[in-house]
Design a protein around this ligand. Sequence first.
Ligand code: DLL
Length: 438
Amino acid sequence: MNNYYQPQAETMPVEDIKKLQQEKLLKQVKYVYDNVKYYRDLMDKKGVKPEDIKTLDDISKLPFLSKDDLREAYPYGMLATDLENCVRIQSTSGTTGKRVVAFYTQNDIDMWEECCARAIVAVGGDKSDVCQVCYGYGLFTGGPGLNGGSHKVGCLTLPMSSGNTDRQIQFMMDLNATILCCTPSYAAYIGETLKEKGYKPEDNKLKAGIFGAEPWTEEMRRDIEKSLGIKAYDIYGLTETSGPGVAFECQEQTGMHINEDHFYAEIIDPDTGEVLPLGSKGELVFTALDKEAFPLIRYRTRDICILTREKCSCGRTFVKMTKPMGRSDDMMIIRGVNVFPSQIEAVLLNEGYAPNYQIEVDRVNNSDTLDVYVEMTEESFSDTVKEITKKEKKLAAAIKTMLGISPAVHLVPAKSIARSEGKAVRVIDKRKRLGINI
Ligand code: DLL
């Protein structure tokens, strides 16, 4: 199985990749400087001009971009082309107010979908396949990205979106789906449900799954492979860079090849910003080399991983990233949704509670749970159980509106949440016991 969607790019000698990246970088830096005031101001502040960037290594002279920058520039501040050249927006999950909104020209969409097509072909996909996409469709990039990639490959695409597991299973069995695209936790859940319904792994026609958008372990991979009777592959990406497909796994299943003809990857020390050599563990930073509408230069993903460039048996020459091993900020991914503790805190304050709370996240039967413990004020403590339950429901609804996922809210007596002398312990992520670092 040595199939490539774009063999010339995917197997290019490393020196040629570097040459191509350098050419593109020089052009892109000038393009962004000329068209994005927000980034031009950052460059001017750092005293660096496009002419100062002559080689790939010079990239370290350029300023970083962070999620905060993108939020500050919301909605149009990072746009590098006229709105009339844009054909789509997508947006990050789980944030209200100042979301990150990414714009795409048709060329940007084509590039993104080609990256997803590469991922599908790398797992053995071709036009004889039936590709069931059960990532969410809409503002989230998972559904649209894999859907577009599946079309490019020529698979029969089942645009299922997420949820309604009975219907997913019915279509999977009746229409003989061969490739499944969803989050790893949903894949595990589908596997369990199939078993409950009395199906054996060999009863379905699936051969491969493309799973990402959240961290998962090798153990989970083995479980999914066993329960669905497939090979399970990882896929990585983020809304800011385009969506899924920035990096994807090949048959070796030993990390994800980064589509280096479109994205230049660096690993930095998250504390100092210093660029680290290949093989070091640090924060992944991306520069998009081709994007027209929503360009990104030195975007700090906050994902911690390692890059390696060992020869791969699949023949691809693109550098590989390990699975993300954690984050350099406090973002959590709960049921595929990006959640910051500060969002929950904002809701509590808005609803008249003091910021004394603790968030507990766990994974039970392959599904993430979110419990929020909130201290009542002295006055509200004497309320009846019925009143407390009503308040818990109201708070849970407000948090759901903010995050898009439902928590279980528990109002607890005032001063019952342990106070800390240093940083307050806001989050207890019990998924760590499963080896999942989110
Ligand atoms: O999760 C895009 C995506 C959709 C990727 C479908 C793969 C499949 P965001 O919602 O912007 O985009 O979240 C991006 O999710 O910075 C990582 O922390 C995390 N993430 C994405 N893929 C993986 C993965 C989509 N394979 C954030 N393993 C990223 C671990 C992942 N974490």
